[in-house]
Design a binder for this molecule. Structure first.
Ligand SMILES: Nc1ncnc2c1ncn2[C@@H]1O[C@H](COP(=O)(O)OP(=O)(O)OP(=O)(O)O)[C@@H](O)[C@H]1O
Ligand SMILES: [Mg+2]
Length: 262
């Protein structure tokens, strides 16, 4: 059983505070979905959880052997084909070619990539295929904890559902925990033990919602009913009511001045 503690994490980019004393405990075996408005700092927190960004302040306690990380952008090596992209973490770890090939094949099958897709470089893959290569690269290390940042956003509904089932079966079978970022409340309600809500300005977790039952056992009706009920929850007010058209855009110009300034 794996878990993670993020304690009083603060981080600023170029002097601008993005996360302010954010604490989140993911108990052993718990899948936590993190939701929050765009720009609230979810990806920054995921990068910190995944160890690719060192926070200015705070402590991270990891209770797992290896995590698998999926970034919001696929972040594939542009010069390497899908096969080598998936196997890259194993190559870095010095694993032998034969074992890498077997692991890559299993991970590619799990995300429904066809053998002929594996010889394509990222620029010859569709957006959904690139996303699946990134998911396979996370799974190939046989993780016992997941840090997934909107991993399924580029997938069509059928594939998205298939990938959700994959996460459910892996976490169910191996009992590992994870931090799963999504904008989709149905996805959160399907996958997570608990849905944590990040404050719109990264000033902590404002609260959590717990869908009934355990992930993997919830019926579609239960998930739908839960999401409908949360629509009026004040905790999710910022999530459902933020209209990005009303937000000031840096350097935005009025359409009437388009010719002059753009
Ligand atoms: N490398 C960086 N350099 C400077 N600012 C950054 C960097 N990464 C993120 N930010 C800023 O930090 C803030 C939070 O960004 P972040 O990507 O964590 O938000 P998010 O909640 O994941 O948003 P979204 O839902 O749109 O993915 C934004 O204002 C963003 O511009
Ligand atoms: Mg993000």
């Amino acid at each position: 059983m794996s878990g993670l503690t993020l304690a009083t994490i603060s981080h600023a980019f170029a002097g601008r505070r993005v996360l302010d004393t954010v604490s989140l405990v993911i108990r052993p075996g718990e899948l936590v979905a993190l939701v929050g408005p765009s720009g609230s700092g979810k990806s920054t927190l995921a990068a910190i959880a995944g160890g690719v960004l060192k926070p200015d302040r705070g402590r991270i306690m990891r209770r797992y052997a290896r995590h698998g990380m999926v970034f919001q952008q696929a972040r594939l090596l542009p010069w390497a084909d899908a096969r080598d992209n998936i196997g890259f973490p194993l190559q870095l770890a010095g694993m032998g070619a034969e074992r890498i090939a077997a692991r890559v094949q299993a991970a590619a099958e799990a995300v429904a990539l066809r053998p002929d897709d594996l010889s394509k470089r990222p620029d010859a893959l569709s957006g959904g295929m690139r996303a699946r290569v990134a998911i396979a690269r996370a799974l190939v290390v046989e993780p016992d904890f997941l840090v997934f940042d909107e991993p399924f956003a580029a997938l069509d509904p059928a594939l998205r559902r298939r990938m959700q089932d994959l996460v459910l079966s892996l976490s169910g079978a191996r009992g590992f925990g994870g931090l799963f970022i999504t904008h989709d409340l149905f996805e959160a309600a399907r996958l997570a033990h608990r849905i944590a809500v990040l404050d719109r300005q990264g000033r902590g977790i404002t609260g959590s919602l717990t869908p009934p039952g355990a992930p993997g056992t919830r019926s579609e009706a239960t998930i739908f009913g839960f999401v409908e009920k949360t629509r009026d929850d004040p905790l999710l007010r910022d999530l459902v009511n933020v209209d990005e058209r009303a937000l000031p855009l840096e350097g935005a110009c009025d359409i009437s001045g388009f010719r002059r300034c753009c």
